[in-house]
Write a protein that binds this ligand. Structure first.
Ligand code: SF4
Length: 477
C-alpha cells in the first residue's frame, strides 16, 4: 500500500521525500510494521533465517543449494545431524541402493502419498521337510503349527493378486518350506498362475525343489537355496536329516535349465558362518560357480551354537580369508560372493542389540504385505516375535485391492517402538531413514530438496558396505 501511494504521487510529479508530512507518516508506519513483525515472528534460526516461516520451497531450494548463502550454517547442521544418525545406526548397503534407485517414490511417501501394496510376502507353510537346529533362533518348536495355505486358498489368492497392484512376491516359509509335501501343490499353483504377471523371489531349503518346481520358477527374479551345510554329515547335524546331495543336484539341475532356456533368474545359495567354515568354503565356491550359481552368501544365523564358539579373533580371520576368496572368484559380472554380516553386525544379530526399533512408524509394512500360513495378513515376516496379535484380516475375507485402505487404517495401530523387539535388517534400516526424513521434513521445509542433492551422497559414502540384496530390490546377479 505504501508503495502504491508513493508510485501514484511520483506519477503526479510529487516527490514524498521532499514532503515533510508524507515522509513522517511513512516513517511511522514503517516503524510500526517492523515492531509488530518482530513481536509476532518466531525467533530466527542460527542461520539467520526464520526457516519455519519460510514457505517458498522453490526459493528455499535455490538458496539452500547455492553455495555461499545464508543457509551455509543450516546445511552443515543438517549434514552433521545426518552423519550422527548414520554413526548411531547400522544402515546396510541394500537400503542405500534402494533409496538411490527409488528416491522419487520415497519422497512421495514421506510427503504423504499412500501407495498401494506392490510387494507381498507369502509365508506359505509352517510345515517343514527339515528340522534345523538354528531355525528361528532355536525357538522353532514354540512356533510350529500345522498351518499351510491349501490349494483352494492358493487359487483364490492368485485371483486376488491378479486384481491387485501387487507385482512382486516372495514365497517362503516362517518355520516351514514352500516345497514341503503339504504346501508343495499350493506353491506350484501360485507359480503357475502368477509367473507371467508377478516377479517372484523364492526362498527354500532346496530339498523339495524338484524338476516341476524348477520349471515353474525358472523365470523367477531369484531363487535362494538355504543350503547352510557344506557336507552330507553336516546337513544331518544341522538340519536333522540327510539332503545335502539332493539339494546340490537340484541346484545343478536348476542352473542347467536356466542356461538351456536362457533365463535371467538369479540363483543364490547361502551358508551359515561358523568356526570351521574355511575347511570347505573354497571347494564349495568353485563348485557352485562352475554349476552356474550367481550369488553365494555367508550369513549369520541367530543363536546358532557353533557361532558362539567364534571368538572375535577367529571371526576376523574367517572374514579375512572369505574376503580373499571373494576377490579371487569375483572375476565375472554374473557371479559374486557376499559376506552378509561383519563381526559387529553378527554380534548385534546374535544379541538382538540395535535391531530393536525405536521409531514410531513402520513405513516398510505400509506397502509390503505379509501373509502367514494361518491365512492372516500381518505386518511383516517377523510378526511372530513382535506383533502377532495385530492382524489385518483373514485371506478368506480380505481382498487386497478392495481392502487396502482399511489395512492402512489397521496399520496405524502398529507402533514399532512398542510392538517390535526385533526388526530384520532391511526393514529396520529403511524405517530408520524414513522416520528420520519424515521428522526433518515436517520441521524444515525444503529439507527433502537438500537431501536429494547432498544427503543421498552422504548416505552412500558412509553406510556399511554389506551388500546382500534387499527383499524389495531387483537384482540380476
Ligand atoms: S519388525 Fe520391523 S518391519 Fe516388522 S512390523 Fe516391526 S518395524 Fe515393521
Amino acid at each position: 500500500m505504501i508503495q502504491c501511494i508513493t508510485k501514484e504521487r511520483k506519477q503526479e510529479g510529487y516527490d514524498p521525500m521532499c514532503n515533510g508530512i508524507y515522509y513522517k507518516a511513512l516513517s511511522v508506519i514503517t516503524a510500526l510494521l517492523t515492531i509488530s513483525f518482530s513481536l509476532s515472528a518466531e525467533p530466527p534460526h542460527p542461520s539467520g533465517i526464520n526457516i519455519r516461516t519460510y514457505h517458498d520451497h522453490k526459493k528455499l531450494e535455490r538458496d539452500v543449494l547455492s553455495p555461499n548463502t545464508n543457509f551455509q550454517q543450516l546445511r552443515s547442521e543438517w549434514t552433521s545431524d545426518f552423519e550422527k544418525l548414520l554413526c548411531r545406526n547400522r544402515i546396510d548397503f541394500a537400503t542405500v541402493s534402494y533409496f538411490k534407485g527409488h528416491w522419487d517414490q520415497i519422497r512421495e511417501i514421506i510427503e504423504g502419498t499412500v501407495l498401494p501394496p506392490d510387494y507381498l510376502e507369502v509365508l506359505i507353510s509352517d510345515v517343514c521337510n527339515a528340522n534345523c537346529v538354528y531355525c528361528r533362533g532355536g525357538k522353532r518348536h514354540h512356533m510350529i503349527s500345522n498351518h499351510f495355505i491349501s490349494q483352494t486358498s492358493a487359487d483364490q489368492l492368485a485371483e486376488d493378486i491378479l486384481r491387485s497392484p501387487v507385482r512382486r512376491m516372495r514365497l517362503s516359509g516362517y518355520v516351514g518350506d514352500p516345497f514341503a509335501a503339504q504346501a508343495y501343490s499350493s506353491s506350484i499353483t501360485l507359480g503357475q498362475k502368477l509367473s507371467k504377471t508377478v516377479s517372484f523371489g523364492v526362498v527354500t531349503n532346496g530339498i523339495g525343489f524338484d524338476q516341476k518346481a524348477q520349471e515353474t520358477f525358472i523365470n523367477a527374479e531369484y531363487v535362494n537355496f538355504s543350503l547352510d551345510a557344506m557336507s552330507e554329515e553336516e546337513h544331518f547335524r544341522l538340519k536333522g536329516r540327510k539332503g545335502f546331495e539332493i539339494v546340490l543336484k537340484h541346484i545343478r539341475d536348476f542352473c542347467s535349465l536356466k542356461s538351456r532356456l536362457q533365463s535371467n533368474v538369479s540363483v543364490r545359495v547361502s551358508f551359515i558362518m561358523r568356526h570351521d567354515i574355511l575347511d570347505r568354503a573354497e571347494d564349495i565356491i568353485r563348485e557352485l560357480k562352475q554349476a552356474g550359481v550367481n550369488i553365494i552368501i555367508f550369513k549369520t544365523a541367530m543363536k546358532y551354537d557353533d557361532q558362539s564358539r567364534l571368538t572375535p579373533g577367529t571371526w576376523e580371520k574367517i572374514e579375512e580369508e572369505l574376503e580373499k576368496l571373494k576377490q579371487r572368484y569375483s572375476d565375472e559380472p554374473d557371479f559374486k560372493v557376499v559376506i552378509s554380516d561383519s563381526l559387529n553386525n553378527a554380534s548385534e544379530i546374535l544379541t538382538n542389540s540395535s535391531i530393536r526399533p525405536s521409531y514410531p512408524r513402520c513405513y516398510f509394512a505400509e506397502h509390503h504385505l505379509t501373509l502367514f500360513a494361518d491365512g492372516f495378513f500381518r505386518a511383516c515376516c517377523d510378526s511372530f516375535w513382535n506383533n502377532y496379535q495385530i492382524k489385518f484380516g483373514h485371506m478368506d475375507k480380505v481382498l487386497i485391492a478392495r481392502d487396502w485402505q482399511e489395512i492402512q487404517r489397521q496399520l496405524k495401530k502398529l507402533n514399532p517402538a512398542k510392538h517390535c523387539s526385533i526388526c530384520p535388517r532391511f526393514p529396520n534400516s529403511y524405517n530408520i531413514l524414513m522416520n528420520y526424513l519424515s521428522s526433518m521434513n515436517s520441521e524444515y521445509p525444503g529439507y527433502l530438496d537438500w537431501f536429494a542433492h547432498e544427503g543421498l551422497n552422504i548416505l552412500s559414502s558412509q553406510c556399511n558396505r554389506i551388500d546382500t540384496p534387499s527383499p524389495m530390490q531387483k537384482n540380476s546377479a
